[in-house]
Unconditional design. Sequence first.
Length: 213
Amino acid sequence: MTSPFESGGLAQLFATPVFTFALRSPADLLARVEARLREVRAGDRRPGALSRPGLWQSPGDLHRDPAFAEVHAAVQAGAEACLKLLALDCTLAVSELWGNISSARDALHEHTHPNNYLSGILYVRMPEGAGATIFQDPRPQARVLRPTVVRDNPLNSTEFALNGRAGTLVLFPAWLTHEVRPSETDAERITVAFNLMVRGRLGSPGLLASSEV
């Protein structure tokens, strides 16, 4: 059948950016980060430090730990690159940085990171079969009517699976719903997660976004 169209086009509107960066020569840094996380876990006496069997999350102040200075610097460099790509003029600072060690087939439920601008993950140890990070389509209307999908592509998908490799740094909007799927291995999955907030004045004078981060 002859097409009735002389030409066509596609506008992909309102992008949801997920930025990925590969650390340069990460092996030594990741080994030191993993060792420090295991040390922090061994000394963690907080009630409920294990949010459930198989998942440990550290306190959220690791960006103040000298052992994480290189990670902190990498996160800040990633944030600056994101702002440049987004063509935004502001300053972002780490508000929280914490470690996650999960074992067996533990998973993490859907969630967002309120009261922050960007969030992110540094993959430290990702054994074969480790659970992927799943980003959900932020448009609720996209699931109201969903015809049969012939094959997934970026125009019809309602989720995106990121199988992060050790040494990969990922940044994304803090409002973007995400989760961790169960692993298919008993080996430990180790990540460092973080939040970034605008520091100083945002928008018009007198509107303070965050002054203590």
